[in-house]
Design a binder for this molecule. Sequence first.
Ligand code: SF4
Length: 320
Amino acid sequence: MSLLETDELYVEYTSKKGMTGQKQTVRAVNGVTLDIRKGEILSIAGESGCGKSTLARALMKLTDIKSGEIFFEGKNIITLKTKTEFQDFYKKVQMIFQNPYSSLNPKMKIGQILSEPLKINTKLSKKQITEIVEEKISQVGLDKSALNLYPHEFSGGQRQRIAIARALVSEPELIIADEPVSALDVSIQAQIINLIKHLKDNYNLTFLFISHDLSVIRYISDRIAIMYLGEIVELGLTKEIFQCPKHPYTAALLSAVPQINPNNKTQQVKLNGELPSPQNLPSGCKFHTRCPYAMEKCKTQEPEEKFFSDFHTCKCFLYP
Ligand code: SF4
């Protein structure tokens, strides 16, 4: 069952160009249609600057949407207007940010940080809020004595646990985790990844997990969407993506991480050049400027989605 669905979602914003200050349009998300199913971890992978974080912010209604639809539990959230509608949505959908050093208010004790959303958005008594906060801090593996301390008294990994606990207090259905381990030491990353997996398995939570690290994504995901210049170019079960990648960009990303599977017999694809700017998107297939298999029609025509299984889709002219 789909918890969240998008239909042809486009996000654009205006930025100023270098020294000239000239305004330019950044086309960050370009026609994304996908669904997040209840109880799964769907990961979005791609190079930095490919639009992953903008998509996450759009799903959280934190940025303007140019066109398209977003449905959560069947309700179109593009049309949310009232404070009550937003409160209800943010109770059910929470976000974990990349940097646990900046995402927690340094002037508040952890107990206050975790209680605040419940004080603002619910009519729960002080005793009920305390019980929930103590339960959530223990779910993320910290002692309740942590509630009397300030963020600076914790390590990066502990702070990310606290950020996860803050996301959990409203009993959300969906958590959007935007690069939640990339600011942490490698030794700590595994602990946070295992915590997210544990929460998903034991509390029936659903995650949209955004990362550029394919080894992390392989370990944690049920399905993976590969994003290139704001477009989902391939989507499939984790096994399908890693054992039988279809899109040359996916193959290139996997080729760049040889240690993932030393016995991998899939074709190695070298990624040439830099990611084009989203201010100046290539015509046709957006990957044609870097694709070793590009044909003439790739420069002018956009490939449509092809199905390889119930779950596995890819946009590329290599497949009839
Ligand atoms: Fe390469 Fe053409 Fe396929 Fe795009 S459509 S990935 S340019 S072969």
